[in-house]
Design a protein around this ligand. Sequence first.
Ligand code: MN
Length: 406
Amino acid sequence: MASRRQRAARADPGAQLAEYRGKRDFSRTAEPAGGAARSSPPGRGLQFVIQKHAATHLHFDLRLELDGVMKSWAVPRGPSADPADKRLAMQVEDHPLEYNTFEGTIPKGEYGGGTVMLWDRGTYTADEAGPRADPEQVLRAGYLAGRLRVTFRGERMRGAWTLVRTDSGGKPKWLLIKHRDEHARRGGDLAAEHGTSVATGRTMVEITTARDRVWRSGRGTAEDVPPLPVGDVIRPMLPQAVRKLPAERFVYEAWPGGERLLADAVPGAAALLDERGRDRSAAFPELADALARLAERTGTPFVLDGEVAGAGQGARLIVLDLLLRGSESLLARGWRDRRRVLESLFERRRVPGVRLTPAGADADALLQRAAREGWSGIFGRDPAAPYRPGKRTAEWVRLAIPARYR
Ligand code: MN
Protein backbone atom coordinates (compact mmCIF):
# COMPACT_ATOMS: atom_id res chain seq x y z
CA MET A 1 0.00 0.00 0.00
CA ALA A 2 1.28 3.44 -0.85
CA SER A 3 1.49 5.89 2.01
CA ARG A 4 -0.25 9.23 1.80
CA ARG A 5 3.11 10.91 1.49
CA GLN A 6 4.11 8.68 -1.44
CA ARG A 7 0.84 9.36 -3.21
CA ALA A 8 1.21 13.10 -2.73
CA ALA A 9 4.72 12.88 -4.22
CA ARG A 10 3.36 11.61 -7.53
CA ALA A 11 3.47 13.80 -10.57
CA ASP A 12 0.22 15.50 -11.51
CA PRO A 13 -1.37 13.51 -14.40
CA GLY A 14 -2.81 16.73 -15.82
CA ALA A 15 0.66 18.18 -16.32
CA GLN A 16 1.95 14.86 -17.68
CA LEU A 17 -0.75 14.90 -20.39
CA ALA A 18 0.07 18.40 -21.65
CA GLU A 19 2.11 17.05 -24.59
CA TYR A 20 -0.61 14.49 -25.45
CA ARG A 21 -3.31 17.20 -25.44
CA GLY A 22 -1.19 19.70 -27.34
CA LYS A 23 -0.91 17.33 -30.31
CA ARG A 24 -4.63 16.69 -30.71
CA ASP A 25 -7.79 18.57 -31.69
CA PHE A 26 -10.53 16.90 -29.63
CA SER A 27 -13.28 18.46 -31.74
CA ARG A 28 -12.01 16.27 -34.59
CA THR A 29 -10.74 13.05 -33.09
CA ALA A 30 -12.69 10.49 -31.05
CA GLU A 31 -9.64 9.93 -28.84
CA PRO A 32 -10.19 10.82 -25.15
CA ALA A 33 -8.88 14.10 -23.73
CA GLY A 34 -8.09 12.35 -20.45
CA GLY A 35 -8.59 13.27 -16.83
CA ALA A 36 -11.76 11.32 -16.05
CA ALA A 37 -10.41 7.85 -15.31
CA ARG A 38 -9.07 6.91 -11.90
CA SER A 39 -5.84 5.06 -11.29
CA SER A 40 -6.11 1.34 -10.60
CA PRO A 41 -6.74 0.60 -6.92
CA PRO A 42 -3.56 -0.51 -5.15
CA GLY A 43 -2.96 -4.25 -4.96
CA ARG A 44 -4.86 -5.14 -8.14
CA GLY A 45 -1.93 -4.70 -10.51
CA LEU A 46 -1.58 -1.86 -12.93
CA GLN A 47 -3.21 -1.72 -16.35
CA PHE A 48 -1.40 -2.24 -19.61
CA VAL A 49 -2.58 -2.17 -23.23
CA ILE A 50 -1.01 -2.68 -26.62
CA GLN A 51 -2.67 -0.95 -29.54
CA LYS A 52 -1.87 -1.79 -33.16
CA HIS A 53 -1.78 1.49 -35.03
CA ALA A 54 -1.74 1.86 -38.81
CA ALA A 55 -0.59 5.48 -39.08
CA THR A 56 1.96 6.66 -41.65
CA HIS A 57 3.96 3.65 -40.47
CA LEU A 58 2.47 0.58 -38.85
CA HIS A 59 3.51 0.14 -35.23
CA PHE A 60 2.33 -1.19 -31.90
CA ASP A 61 1.84 1.18 -28.96
CA LEU A 62 2.77 -0.35 -25.63
CA ARG A 63 1.23 1.53 -22.69
CA LEU A 64 1.92 0.91 -19.00
CA GLU A 65 -0.01 2.56 -16.20
CA LEU A 66 2.21 4.53 -13.87
CA ASP A 67 1.37 7.53 -11.68
CA GLY A 68 -2.11 8.00 -13.13
CA VAL A 69 -1.10 8.06 -16.81
CA MET A 70 -0.14 5.50 -19.43
CA LYS A 71 3.62 5.58 -20.11
CA SER A 72 3.87 4.86 -23.83
CA TRP A 73 6.29 3.37 -26.35
CA ALA A 74 5.90 2.92 -30.12
CA VAL A 75 7.19 -0.53 -31.05
CA PRO A 76 7.55 -0.70 -34.85
CA ARG A 77 7.62 -4.51 -35.10
CA GLY A 78 5.51 -5.27 -32.05
CA PRO A 79 6.35 -7.72 -29.25
CA SER A 80 8.10 -11.07 -29.76
CA ALA A 81 8.02 -14.02 -27.36
CA ASP A 82 11.54 -14.97 -28.49
CA PRO A 83 14.15 -13.71 -25.94
CA ALA A 84 16.69 -13.44 -28.78
CA ASP A 85 14.39 -11.12 -30.71
CA LYS A 86 14.85 -7.70 -29.09
CA ARG A 87 12.32 -5.18 -30.33
CA LEU A 88 12.98 -1.46 -30.58
CA ALA A 89 10.54 0.63 -28.49
CA MET A 90 10.55 4.41 -28.91
CA GLN A 91 9.30 6.34 -25.91
CA VAL A 92 6.44 8.67 -26.80
CA GLU A 93 4.20 11.04 -24.85
CA ASP A 94 2.14 9.85 -21.88
CA HIS A 95 -1.46 8.94 -22.72
CA PRO A 96 -4.56 9.17 -20.49
CA LEU A 97 -5.96 6.02 -18.85
CA GLU A 98 -9.14 6.37 -20.94
CA TYR A 99 -7.05 5.60 -24.01
CA ASN A 100 -7.00 1.96 -22.87
CA THR A 101 -10.42 1.30 -24.36
CA PHE A 102 -9.87 3.20 -27.60
CA GLU A 103 -10.29 1.26 -30.82
CA GLY A 104 -11.33 2.94 -34.03
CA THR A 105 -10.18 5.46 -36.56
CA ILE A 106 -8.32 8.72 -36.06
CA PRO A 107 -9.28 11.01 -38.95
CA LYS A 108 -6.76 11.55 -41.73
CA GLY A 109 -4.82 14.75 -41.27
CA GLU A 110 -5.11 14.57 -37.47
CA TYR A 111 -2.17 13.59 -35.28
CA GLY A 112 -1.64 9.81 -35.62
CA GLY A 113 -4.35 9.59 -38.30
CA GLY A 114 -5.22 5.97 -39.12
CA THR A 115 -6.71 2.85 -37.59
CA VAL A 116 -6.20 1.78 -33.98
CA MET A 117 -6.81 -1.81 -32.83
CA LEU A 118 -6.84 -3.00 -29.21
CA TRP A 119 -4.29 -5.75 -29.67
CA ASP A 120 -3.84 -6.81 -26.03
CA ARG A 121 -4.77 -5.69 -22.53
CA GLY A 122 -4.48 -6.84 -18.95
CA THR A 123 -2.44 -6.07 -15.86
CA TYR A 124 1.25 -5.97 -15.13
CA THR A 125 3.37 -6.00 -12.00
CA ALA A 126 6.92 -5.03 -11.06
CA ASP A 127 9.23 -8.05 -10.73
CA GLU A 128 11.55 -6.46 -8.22
CA ALA A 129 8.93 -5.23 -5.78
CA GLY A 130 9.23 -6.97 -2.44
CA PRO A 131 6.13 -7.71 -0.35
CA ARG A 132 6.39 -4.41 1.52
CA ALA A 133 7.50 -2.14 -1.31
CA ASP A 134 5.14 0.24 -3.09
CA PRO A 135 5.04 -1.32 -6.60
CA GLU A 136 4.59 2.06 -8.28
CA GLN A 137 7.62 3.43 -6.49
CA VAL A 138 9.68 0.48 -7.75
CA LEU A 139 8.39 1.03 -11.28
CA ARG A 140 8.93 4.79 -11.12
CA ALA A 141 12.55 4.25 -10.07
CA GLY A 142 13.02 1.69 -12.87
CA TYR A 143 11.47 4.00 -15.43
CA LEU A 144 13.77 6.86 -14.45
CA ALA A 145 16.79 4.53 -14.41
CA GLY A 146 15.88 3.12 -17.85
CA ARG A 147 15.32 -0.47 -16.77
CA LEU A 148 11.86 -1.95 -16.11
CA ARG A 149 11.40 -5.61 -15.20
CA VAL A 150 7.75 -6.52 -15.34
CA THR A 151 5.35 -9.44 -15.63
CA PHE A 152 2.36 -9.17 -17.96
CA ARG A 153 -0.98 -10.87 -17.41
CA GLY A 154 -2.65 -10.20 -20.73
CA GLU A 155 -4.25 -12.46 -23.31
CA ARG A 156 -1.22 -12.46 -25.61
CA MET A 157 1.49 -10.90 -23.42
CA ARG A 158 2.31 -13.45 -20.73
CA GLY A 159 5.19 -13.75 -18.32
CA ALA A 160 8.28 -11.67 -17.65
CA TRP A 161 9.76 -8.97 -19.90
CA THR A 162 12.36 -6.26 -19.63
CA LEU A 163 12.27 -2.79 -21.06
CA VAL A 164 15.75 -1.33 -21.15
CA ARG A 165 16.68 2.16 -22.30
CA THR A 166 19.59 2.24 -24.74
CA ASP A 167 19.60 5.88 -25.72
CA SER A 168 18.22 8.94 -24.01
CA GLY A 169 17.58 12.06 -26.01
CA GLY A 170 14.54 13.90 -27.29
CA LYS A 171 12.80 10.57 -27.92
CA PRO A 172 14.54 7.92 -25.79
CA LYS A 173 14.99 4.51 -27.38
CA TRP A 174 14.35 1.32 -25.43
CA LEU A 175 14.41 -2.40 -26.18
CA LEU A 176 11.52 -4.72 -25.32
CA ILE A 177 12.91 -8.16 -24.47
CA LYS A 178 11.17 -11.38 -23.42
CA HIS A 179 12.63 -13.19 -20.45
CA ARG A 180 13.41 -16.89 -20.55
CA ASP A 181 10.39 -18.40 -18.81
CA GLU A 182 7.61 -20.86 -19.63
CA HIS A 183 6.01 -18.33 -22.00
CA ALA A 184 9.17 -17.75 -24.06
CA ARG A 185 9.20 -19.39 -27.51
CA ARG A 186 11.91 -19.39 -30.15
CA GLY A 187 10.58 -17.61 -33.24
CA GLY A 188 7.38 -16.73 -31.34
CA ASP A 189 6.56 -13.51 -33.17
CA LEU A 190 3.45 -12.49 -31.23
CA ALA A 191 2.80 -9.43 -33.38
CA ALA A 192 2.70 -11.55 -36.53
CA GLU A 193 0.74 -14.41 -34.93
CA HIS A 194 -2.22 -12.35 -33.73
CA GLY A 195 -3.98 -10.17 -36.30
CA THR A 196 -7.29 -9.41 -34.61
CA SER A 197 -8.61 -7.16 -31.86
CA VAL A 198 -8.58 -8.63 -28.37
CA ALA A 199 -11.69 -6.57 -27.60
CA THR A 200 -13.85 -7.12 -30.70
CA GLY A 201 -12.17 -9.85 -32.75
CA ARG A 202 -12.03 -7.51 -35.73
CA THR A 203 -9.23 -7.17 -38.28
CA MET A 204 -7.67 -3.80 -39.12
CA VAL A 205 -9.80 -3.53 -42.26
CA GLU A 206 -13.00 -4.35 -40.37
CA ILE A 207 -12.22 -1.61 -37.84
CA THR A 208 -11.34 0.78 -40.65
CA THR A 209 -14.52 0.14 -42.59
CA ALA A 210 -16.85 0.04 -39.55
CA ARG A 211 -16.52 3.78 -39.03
CA ASP A 212 -18.22 3.49 -35.65
CA ARG A 213 -15.64 5.60 -33.86
CA VAL A 214 -14.71 7.91 -36.70
CA TRP A 215 -15.09 11.55 -35.91
CA ARG A 216 -18.37 12.95 -37.21
CA SER A 217 -18.77 16.47 -35.98
CA GLY A 218 -22.29 17.28 -37.18
CA ARG A 219 -21.21 20.89 -36.77
CA GLY A 220 -18.60 21.26 -39.44
CA THR A 221 -18.96 21.92 -43.11
CA ALA A 222 -18.08 19.49 -45.86
CA GLU A 223 -14.59 21.00 -46.04
CA ASP A 224 -13.92 19.91 -42.48
CA VAL A 225 -14.25 16.27 -43.43
CA PRO A 226 -10.93 14.77 -44.50
CA PRO A 227 -11.01 14.34 -48.28
CA LEU A 228 -10.50 10.59 -48.35
CA PRO A 229 -10.50 8.66 -45.10
CA VAL A 230 -9.23 5.13 -45.56
CA GLY A 231 -12.24 2.85 -45.55
CA ASP A 232 -14.73 5.48 -46.54
CA VAL A 233 -17.00 4.39 -49.36
CA ILE A 234 -15.52 5.86 -52.51
CA ARG A 235 -17.33 5.51 -55.78
CA PRO A 236 -15.06 4.75 -58.70
CA MET A 237 -14.76 7.25 -61.52
CA LEU A 238 -16.60 6.01 -64.63
CA PRO A 239 -15.40 5.96 -68.24
CA GLN A 240 -17.55 7.34 -71.05
CA ALA A 241 -18.13 4.85 -73.87
CA VAL A 242 -17.04 6.22 -77.27
CA ARG A 243 -16.99 4.87 -80.84
CA LYS A 244 -14.06 7.03 -81.83
CA LEU A 245 -11.15 8.33 -79.77
CA PRO A 246 -11.15 12.08 -79.06
CA ALA A 247 -8.78 14.32 -80.99
CA GLU A 248 -7.07 15.64 -77.82
CA ARG A 249 -3.69 14.40 -76.69
CA PHE A 250 -4.70 11.54 -74.44
CA VAL A 251 -2.80 8.69 -72.90
CA TYR A 252 -4.10 5.18 -73.46
CA GLU A 253 -4.40 2.22 -71.14
CA ALA A 254 -5.54 -1.37 -71.42
CA TRP A 255 -9.23 -1.94 -70.59
CA PRO A 256 -9.16 -5.52 -69.29
CA GLY A 257 -12.95 -5.77 -68.97
CA GLY A 258 -13.09 -7.49 -65.58
CA GLU A 259 -14.94 -6.72 -62.36
CA ARG A 260 -14.32 -3.15 -61.21
CA LEU A 261 -13.00 -3.07 -57.64
CA LEU A 262 -11.34 -0.66 -55.27
CA ALA A 263 -8.64 -2.10 -53.04
CA ASP A 264 -8.38 -0.57 -49.58
CA ALA A 265 -5.18 -1.67 -47.87
CA VAL A 266 -3.58 -0.90 -44.52
CA PRO A 267 -0.42 -2.65 -43.31
CA GLY A 268 -1.37 -6.26 -42.65
CA ALA A 269 -4.92 -6.13 -44.02
CA ALA A 270 -6.73 -5.31 -47.26
CA ALA A 271 -10.29 -5.32 -48.57
CA LEU A 272 -11.58 -5.40 -52.14
CA LEU A 273 -14.76 -3.36 -52.47
CA ASP A 274 -17.17 -3.30 -55.39
CA GLU A 275 -18.73 -0.20 -56.92
CA ARG A 276 -21.29 0.04 -54.10
CA GLY A 277 -18.72 -0.46 -51.35
CA ARG A 278 -19.59 -4.12 -50.70
CA ASP A 279 -16.71 -6.28 -49.54
CA ARG A 280 -15.66 -8.78 -52.23
CA SER A 281 -12.44 -9.88 -50.49
CA ALA A 282 -13.74 -13.39 -49.77
CA ALA A 283 -13.92 -14.05 -53.53
CA PHE A 284 -10.26 -13.08 -54.04
CA PRO A 285 -8.37 -14.00 -50.84
CA GLU A 286 -4.97 -14.31 -52.59
CA LEU A 287 -5.25 -10.80 -54.03
CA ALA A 288 -6.33 -9.29 -50.70
CA ASP A 289 -3.43 -11.06 -49.03
CA ALA A 290 -0.89 -9.84 -51.60
CA LEU A 291 -2.08 -6.23 -51.17
CA ALA A 292 -2.03 -6.47 -47.36
CA ARG A 293 1.59 -7.61 -47.58
CA LEU A 294 2.48 -4.77 -49.93
CA ALA A 295 1.04 -2.27 -47.42
CA GLU A 296 2.97 -4.03 -44.67
CA ARG A 297 6.23 -3.88 -46.62
CA THR A 298 5.83 -0.24 -47.55
CA GLY A 299 4.42 0.66 -44.13
CA THR A 300 1.69 2.79 -45.68
CA PRO A 301 -2.04 2.46 -46.33
CA PHE A 302 -3.22 2.92 -49.92
CA VAL A 303 -6.37 2.77 -52.04
CA LEU A 304 -6.17 1.36 -55.58
CA ASP A 305 -8.70 1.35 -58.40
CA GLY A 306 -8.65 -1.62 -60.75
CA GLU A 307 -10.36 -4.52 -62.49
CA VAL A 308 -10.16 -8.17 -61.53
CA ALA A 309 -9.98 -10.60 -64.44
CA GLY A 310 -10.28 -14.36 -64.01
CA ALA A 311 -11.42 -16.22 -60.91
CA GLY A 312 -10.12 -18.27 -57.99
CA GLN A 313 -6.37 -18.76 -57.87
CA GLY A 314 -6.08 -17.43 -61.43
CA ALA A 315 -7.64 -14.05 -60.56
CA ARG A 316 -5.54 -11.05 -61.57
CA LEU A 317 -5.96 -7.48 -60.38
CA ILE A 318 -5.10 -5.01 -63.12
CA VAL A 319 -4.47 -1.69 -61.40
CA LEU A 320 -5.81 1.41 -63.15
CA ASP A 321 -5.29 4.15 -60.60
CA LEU A 322 -4.08 5.18 -57.15
CA LEU A 323 -6.40 7.26 -54.96
CA LEU A 324 -4.53 7.43 -51.68
CA ARG A 325 -1.06 6.69 -50.45
CA GLY A 326 -0.11 7.08 -46.79
CA SER A 327 -2.19 9.90 -45.42
CA GLU A 328 -2.29 11.78 -48.70
CA SER A 329 -5.31 11.80 -51.00
CA LEU A 330 -4.30 11.92 -54.67
CA LEU A 331 -7.78 12.70 -56.04
CA ALA A 332 -7.04 16.31 -56.93
CA ARG A 333 -3.81 15.49 -58.74
CA GLY A 334 -3.64 14.88 -62.49
CA TRP A 335 -3.54 11.30 -63.81
CA ARG A 336 0.13 11.57 -64.86
CA ASP A 337 1.06 12.49 -61.30
CA ARG A 338 -1.04 9.71 -59.79
CA ARG A 339 0.47 7.19 -62.20
CA ARG A 340 3.98 8.22 -61.16
CA VAL A 341 3.17 7.65 -57.48
CA LEU A 342 1.46 4.36 -58.40
CA GLU A 343 4.57 3.15 -60.25
CA SER A 344 6.76 4.07 -57.28
CA LEU A 345 4.49 2.04 -54.98
CA PHE A 346 5.05 -1.09 -57.10
CA GLU A 347 8.63 -0.38 -58.13
CA ARG A 348 10.86 -3.43 -57.68
CA ARG A 349 8.19 -5.13 -55.56
CA ARG A 350 6.68 -8.41 -56.67
CA VAL A 351 3.01 -8.50 -55.75
CA PRO A 352 1.56 -11.88 -56.79
CA GLY A 353 -1.51 -11.57 -59.04
CA VAL A 354 -1.34 -7.79 -59.22
CA ARG A 355 0.03 -5.66 -62.04
CA LEU A 356 -0.38 -2.17 -63.44
CA THR A 357 -2.41 -1.70 -66.58
CA PRO A 358 -0.17 -1.10 -69.61
CA ALA A 359 -0.25 2.55 -70.65
CA GLY A 360 1.20 4.55 -73.51
CA ALA A 361 0.73 7.30 -76.09
CA ASP A 362 0.15 5.01 -79.10
CA ALA A 363 -3.55 4.08 -79.26
CA ASP A 364 -3.16 1.98 -82.40
CA ALA A 365 -0.43 -0.24 -80.93
CA LEU A 366 -2.43 -0.69 -77.73
CA LEU A 367 -5.57 -1.65 -79.69
CA GLN A 368 -3.62 -4.30 -81.61
CA ARG A 369 -2.34 -5.65 -78.32
CA ALA A 370 -5.86 -5.57 -76.84
CA ALA A 371 -7.08 -7.78 -79.71
CA ARG A 372 -4.20 -10.22 -79.21
CA GLU A 373 -4.56 -10.45 -75.43
CA GLY A 374 -8.34 -10.60 -75.27
CA TRP A 375 -8.93 -7.31 -73.47
CA SER A 376 -12.26 -5.54 -73.90
CA GLY A 377 -10.56 -2.50 -75.45
CA ILE A 378 -8.63 0.55 -74.34
CA PHE A 379 -9.17 3.59 -72.16
CA GLY A 380 -8.21 7.11 -73.20
CA ARG A 381 -7.40 9.63 -70.50
CA ASP A 382 -6.73 13.31 -70.22
CA PRO A 383 -3.36 13.10 -68.45
CA ALA A 384 -4.03 16.29 -66.46
CA ALA A 385 -7.50 15.31 -65.21
CA PRO A 386 -8.16 14.70 -61.51
CA TYR A 387 -9.93 11.60 -60.22
CA ARG A 388 -13.65 12.35 -59.99
CA PRO A 389 -15.35 9.73 -57.75
CA GLY A 390 -18.67 8.51 -59.15
CA LYS A 391 -18.49 10.89 -62.16
CA ARG A 392 -18.58 10.05 -65.86
CA THR A 393 -16.90 12.74 -67.96
CA ALA A 394 -15.12 13.07 -71.32
CA GLU A 395 -11.79 13.12 -69.44
CA TRP A 396 -11.82 9.32 -69.32
CA VAL A 397 -13.26 7.35 -72.24
CA ARG A 398 -13.37 3.71 -73.21
CA LEU A 399 -13.29 2.24 -76.68
CA ALA A 400 -14.23 -1.37 -77.45
CA ILE A 401 -11.90 -3.06 -79.95
CA PRO A 402 -13.09 -1.96 -83.42
CA ALA A 403 -13.87 -4.74 -85.91
CA ARG A 404 -10.82 -3.98 -88.08
CA TYR A 405 -8.44 -5.01 -85.24
CA ARG A 406 -10.00 -8.42 -84.71
MN1 MN B 1 0.71 5.22 -32.25
